[in-house]
Ligand binder design. Structure first.
Ligand code: AMP
Ligand code: ZN
Length: 438
């Protein structure tokens, strides 16, 4: 079928040359970003084309963090207008609607989520188009299935199931084994706060200001002269020897030197990195106005060491899981067949994290070939609607599910309960074919 409903002649010309595909409008507002995207797929099992995407972010730097009510009000004031402008730019209307609508159903802040879910339901009714309520983390985990040019520093080919995916964001830190689109096993969960939250709080404690403090911290560290970085690198935080700053830190749950592991869960923990800075400040910087703030070099040392140690902790935990689930004699073999490693979420934008993962995990314990790493483009690491559109398409086409309009947002939604929550509706082959006009 030829698309003829575009408003301008210029828009119509290239489209006349190819068979009508299916277009997906995606909306995301689980936290403080209002996002919208339009994707198109022309062949099954191919990466969709990203036609366009837009994002607006609530600025919370002045209030020291995201306030749920402010985020809700922000989305309520932003989403509808953003969508109106976006749809008119792409010729989307009641007479030329998209074929599928995808919206983040959870997890996230209830108010933030509801501003988009209710809006998407309205569009679904008005345009008579099916809707998929998408799991936000599935979106992050699948970003490596997006077009190759959007995969930075990584592999040209998408990952093959089963693969491991490390999600490092402001709200979550998980190592997940993905066996298929719908089968996810959480290998490492977080016992307190997420890695992005910890980086943000540590950066704030060091006096940094901004909306994405983890990124500010990375930039601050990148500007430290190499000679100083070498000095900090050589400094040992485990002992008092070779530690002239007396900055001490033991990694949370550090793997015992004998390499043995017990049967308990493997977990991440990131709250300790902030309390360590606070305790250090209390111990060495008195309330006396002259010494209550870190001097510039100490600030650089703490920033450098904290970021390094946070990433070392991530690697230490993953290494332990590779031992536990790999090929070793006492291991359970759960990871056998895993060749790909994906890193996603806002913190995955950090170059130092990418470098450390690549250098320290490449020669893993589960095979003779090194891991193939997948690092999505920086713009796809943080929240966006593109990943929600992609995950929604996969749910619709592969799992043959859509969401009933009675659904409500899910503030909490464990990833391994993707398809067991209420409101999923099985769709027929006929409906899939009607939507996916391949
Ligand atoms: P998300 O929750 O996936 O939207 O990601 C937001 C989180 O990623 C925030 O905690 C940011 O501070 C963090 N973040 C974004 N860019 C970077 C970066 N380059 N380095 C470290 N953390 C980052
Ligand atoms: Zn996210």
């Amino acid at each position: 079928m030829i698309r003829t409903s575009c408003t301008s002649f210029a828009r119509r010309l290239p489209i006349l040359n190819h068979i009508r595909s299916y277009r997906v409008l995606a909306i995301e507002s689980s936290c403080d970003d209002s996002c919208i995207a339009l994707l198109e797929r022309t062949k099954p099992n191919q990466s969709p084309t990203i036609i366009d995407h837009a994002k607006k972010t609530l600025h919370s730097a002045d209030v020291g963090g995201i306030m749920p009510t402010a985020a809700y009000n922000y989305h309520m004031a932003t989403i509808a207008n953003m969508c109106r402008v976006f749809c008119s730019k792409h010729g989307i209307s009641a007479t030329s609607p998209p074929d599928l609508i995808c919206v983040t159903r959870g997890p996230g802040m209830a108010g933030s989520l509801s501003s988009s879910t209710e809006f998407a339901k309205g569009l679904s009714v008005a345009w008579n188009v099916p809707l998929v309520g998408v799991h936000h983390m599935l979106g992050h985990l699948l970003t490596s299935f997006l077009p190759q040019h959007l995969q930075q520093d990584g592999q040209a080919q998408p990952p093959q199931f089963p693969f491991l995916s490390l999600l490092c964001s402001g709200g979550h830190t998980l190592l997940v084994l993905l066996k298929s689109i719908s089968e996810h096993e959480i290998i490492i969960n977080v016992s307190d706060i997420a890695v992005g939250d910890s980086l943000d709080k540590c950066a704030r404690e060091l006096g940094m200001y901004g909306n994405m403090l983890g990124r500010e911290l990375e930039t601050f560290i990148n500007n430290i002269p190499q000679s100083e970085k070498d000095e900090f690198e050589a400094m040992n935080v485990d002992t008092r020897v070779n530690n002239k700053y007396k900055f001490r830190l033991t990694l949370p749950y550090q793997t015992p030197k004998n390499g043995k592991f017990n049967d308990g869960e493997i977990q991440f923990a990131f709250a300790q990195f902030l309390s360590n800075i606070q305790e250090y400040k209390k111990k060495f910087y008195t309330s006396d106005s002259e010494t209550s703030e870190f001097d510039e070099k100490t600030k650089r040392m703490i920033a450098y060491k904290t970021q390094e140690l946070i990433f070392d902790h991530i690697i230490d935990r993953i290494n332990l899981s590779l031992k536990k689930h790999g090929l070793r004699r006492q291991a359970d073999g759960k990871f056998i067949g895993v060749r790909d490693f994906v890193c996603s979420g806002g913190v995955a934008a950090n170059k130092r994290l990418r470098e450390k993962l690549f250098c320290e995990l490449r020669f893993n314990e589960i095979g003779d070939e090194p891991f193939k790493f997948h690092f999505p483009d920086l713009s796809l690491c943080t929240d966006n609607a593109i990943m929600i559109g992609l995950a929604g398409m996969e749910i619709f086409e592969k799992l043959k599910l859509k969401t009933d309009l009675s659904f409500t947002p899910l503030r909490k939604w464990p990833l391994n309960e993707l398809t067991t929550v209420d409101s999923w509706v099985k769709i027929s082959e006929e409906e899939i074919n009607k939507v996916c006009k391949y």
